[in-house]
Design a protein around this ligand. Structure first.
Ligand code: ATP
Ligand code: MG
Length: 598
């Protein structure tokens, strides 16, 4: 491609809207343009990168035996009603764009395709002889994200590869899942990324395994906890660990204490001179189910620990049937405004005890009249503990379960693992923390969708069984930007050569110099014929501008037809380390191909 004919507009200034380096660079280097919140145009350079990533994904999926297809993006609401996800995906914090067509039919714009693919499996898979099957597609997904940001990292329209497998049983599902895990590792390696596979949260489905593929970078929105021995890595949402030992309580007798201005654990412990591990804190949540039922939840947990919202969310979601609901659609810490909807009087916030009276709740059709009282494992065995008194400004010390307080019956594990906690697999290992960008997620779904939608097959014994499903996603557009986040310098992007939009740029410092131009034309032709993707910077610009642009857009190799022409050579600069060599013109093609094939 001749740059003189290309629509390429690079920016000197960093656009104010972009917070992280990869977003800034893609905008500055003319790869993307913002069209609206979470909506980006992929300009020609970006589209080439995305096609390269897609092609690598495609090759690895095909090699793993998956079959490419393309599913409709407009999805009838009926399918989502069958799976029970229409409400959760369109209401509350729902991320599905929904619309009504001219026939008054409701449709959603696909955020994901489990329903569509399960409907297809229901129609086409009859017998165990057809199993396993694995179908994938690469196309645009739509999600009305609460916080679209960081450019392609979290868009409202983005490109995903999603695959879905259908298996006869859990063992076969596991095989496909492992195969997909290997394919993902191959894809990321081929794209030139440093990544870590981590244990991930599987949502409310429970039991089934799930792994995320994380590109480690400071700009990552996820926190990863891992051990140095390489044996454990998990998303914070899912991570487990051994909490620190509780210190013995300094209080031996039960007493109510005047503790003014101690609504936080830190102020309380300083005031009383005790360790947060001797405190039972009681955290209030409001759970909302899809039948509009609201449940007030009181979680008692050790003072030095925090509740992991994802774990609590999963537990409460599993209780949906108990409240006559299908799904949990909201979980929040109710602020004063929210409390007004159900509280009979002001709550002693910061001083709540485990026995906070149900009288605080004005029960109704939609509001459960009693607190759901849960206790985290960390608070179960505490003795002589400190906790609230249900009276602002006062706490109690030296309290015990079974004496002053009834221990909540439901024991749960909802604590958030923390950096420096001991690892479960080896208590000598301490958890460390890193930021990660989730580029892929593989998931053993089990029979959730097949059972809800009646997708069954007949097994060898002639019995009808639900299909076991897996789903496997890669954010193609997020991955491309993550590559930039991992590889850039002060001058611009440094693309891994496998996904660079072009592999070589030939820069002609002075286009009016015929020797420079002719050599460049010859090399352009030779390299193109040898199968490389080459940019020819034949623009009528100063050499400095051309060098700056070449660095900014990040092409792996730059050939300069400059001073060394006198010795029959050209200068070749490697973008990654800016090292340069003068190479005889006749050797250029051979040298570049040997570097690119390394
Ligand atoms: P996240 O937790 O980041 O929102 P997710 O769990 O919703 O991701 P999946 O539904 O598993 O993601 O989607 C598969 C992949 O699609 C993700 O691993 C990610 O790479 C990509 N992805 C998800 N949401 C977005 C988005 N809004 N913009 C760009 N890529 C996305
Ligand atoms: Mg998401």
């Amino acid at each position: 491609m001749r740059m003189s004919q290309m629509l390429l507009v690079t920016l000197r200034e960093t656009p104010a809207e972009a917070e992280i380096p990869s977003h800034q660079l893609l905008l500055r280097a003319g790869y993307i343009r913002r069209i609206g919140s979470g909506l980006y145009a992929y300009l020609p350079l970006m589209w080439r990168v995305l096609n390269k990533v897609s092609q690598i994904v495609r090759e690895e999926m095909n090699a793993a035996g998956a079959q490419e297809c393309l599913l409709p993006q407009l999805q009838p609401s009926e399918l989502w009603q069958e799976s029970g996800r229409w409400e959760t995906y369109t209401k509350a914090e729902g991320i599905m764009f929904a619309l009504i067509d001219r026939q008054e039919r409701q449709l959603g714009l696909g955020p994901t395709h489990e329903e569509v693919i399960t409907a297809i499996a229901r129609d086409s898979i009859r017998s165990y002889r057809q199993l396993p099957q694995n179908l994938y597609q690469i196309q645009t997904k739509f999600r009305d994200e609460i916080r679209p940001r960081f450019g392609l990292m979290r868009g409202r329209e983005f490109i995903m590869k999603d695959a879905y497998s259908f298996n006869a049983d859990p063992e076969s599902l596991k095989e496909t899942y492992n195969l997909m895990g290997q394919a993902y590792a191959n894809i990321l390696r081929r794209c030139g990324l440093n990544f870590t596979a981590v244990e991930a949260d599987s949502g409310a489905i429970g039991g089934s395994a799930s792994q995320e593929f994380m590109v480690l970078a400071d700009a990552g929105e996820d926190e990863v906890l891992y051990t140095e021995d390489g044996k454990y890595a998990a998303n914070l949402e899912k991570a487990v660990s051994i909490p620190p030992e509780a210190e013995p309580s300094p209080f031996t007798t039960y007493e109510k204490r005047d503790t003014p201005n101690t609504a936080t654990i830190a102020t309380l412990c300083e005031f009383l001179g005790c360790s947060p591990t001797t405190v039972v804190k009681n955290v209030l949540y409001e759970a909302v189910y899809d039948n509009e039922k609201q449940v007030l939840v009181l979680v008692s947990i050790r003072g030095d620990q925090d509740v992991n919202d994802v774990k609590l969310n999963n537990f409460l979601a599993s209780l949906a049937p108990t409240y006559g609901a299908q799904a949990l659609i909201g979980l929040n810490v109710p602020d004063v405004e929210a409390q007004k909807k159900w509280a009979t009087k002001a709550l002693p916030l910061g001083y709540i005890a485990p026995d906070l009276s149900d009288d605080y709740i004005q029960g109704s059709q939609t509001v459960e009249p009693k607190f759901l009282r849960l206790i985290d494992e960390t608070a179960v065995n505490l003795e002589n503990f400190v906790t609230g008194s249900n009276e602002t400004g006062y706490h109690v010390v030296g309290a015990n379960w079974g004496e002053q307080f009834t221990r909540p019956e439901t024991v749960v594990d909802v604590r958030e693992a923390q950096v420096r906690d001991r690892a479960v697999h080896d208590p000598n290992q301490q958890l460390k923390t890193a930021r990660g960008i989730e580029v892929g997620h593989i998931f053993q779904l089990g029979t959730k969708y097949s059972e809800a939608m009646g997708a069954t097959y007949t097994n060898e014994q002639g019995a009808e069984k639900p299909l076991y499903m897996g789903c496997y996603g890669i954010g193609v557009s997020r991955l491309a930007q993550a590559a930039v986040e991992q590889s850039y310098d002060k001058n611009g992007i440094i693309w891994p050569s496998a996904i660079a939009p072009y592999q070589v740029v030939i820069t002609v410092p002075n286009i009016t110099d015929s020797q420079q131009s002719e050599t460049a034309e010859t090399l352009y032709q030779q390299l193109s014929e040898a199968g490389f993707e080459v940019l020819l910077d034949d623009r009528d610009e100063r050499a400095g501008v051309k060098f700056k642009d070449a660095d900014l857009i990040g092409i792996p190799y730059r050939i300069v037809t400059g001073r060394s022409l006198k010795q029959g050579k050209v200068e070749v600069v490697k973008r990654a380390d800016q090292s340069s060599e003068d190479i005889p013109i006749a050797d250029v093609v051979r040298t570049i191909s040997s570097w690119l094939n390394q």
